[in-house]
Design a binder for this molecule. Sequence first.
Ligand SMILES: Cc1cc2nc3c(=O)[nH]c(=O)nc-3n(C[C@H](O)[C@H](O)[C@H](O)COP(=O)(O)O)c2cc1C
Length: 198
Amino acid sequence: MDIIEAVKTRKSIRKFKKDDLDLNQIKKIIEISINSPSGGNAQNWFTYIIKNKSILDKMRNEVETVYKQITGKDAPAVYAFFNEAPVVLAVVEKPYIGSLDPIIENADKSRSHDRKFIVNPGLQGVSSFITHILLVAHNEGLGTCWMTGPLIAKPEIESILGIKSPDNLVALIPIGKPVERQSKTSRMDVNEVIKIVE
Ligand SMILES: Cc1cc2nc3c(=O)[nH]c(=O)nc-3n(C[C@H](O)[C@H](O)[C@H](O)COP(=O)(O)O)c2cc1C
């Protein structure tokens, strides 16, 4: 698939066929996505590839429990369908320290804070990696959905997967053969998202 077609036709998939996936195909998707850019080429990402149904069910259960505790309501479908995919990726941000960061931290605490938590190059690198995964999976004929909603139960899911600080779970990506979605979400006009500075 050509890159433009891949970008234009990818869409979030929330219903999957029951078919099992070949783990080598998932590894190939990750291997290609590692070509993603990252701050200082830190490659500060890591991915759990979860196939175990009882672990996935446990994760969903935690999401539903925490959601109910917080809101008093049942979790909406967009938070809790991920365990219906044959494979779920749990993407982790590893610590990122830019070469100038220790110097900025000593010289200017406010700038250092903004760089770490507002600009957040570490998280930007992982986001780029996730984007690559979605597009490469789409090219392989697989559907995905980038999900942060379930991370309402972040500590509980991290505990199930054995993820410990400073590693930071940032997204789940269910992945599987798509049950096709007909509609495509709308997008802004290009002129709404640009300002030309001449
Ligand atoms: C950071 C981020 C978090 C998201 N979290 C969820 C989520 O928790 N559940 C969900 O169903 N979709 C989630 N999405 C998918 C968006 O809803 C979707 O990308 C958007 O509506 C555009 O639709 P499209 O991906 O089909 O083009 C998330 C997307 C991003 C980038």
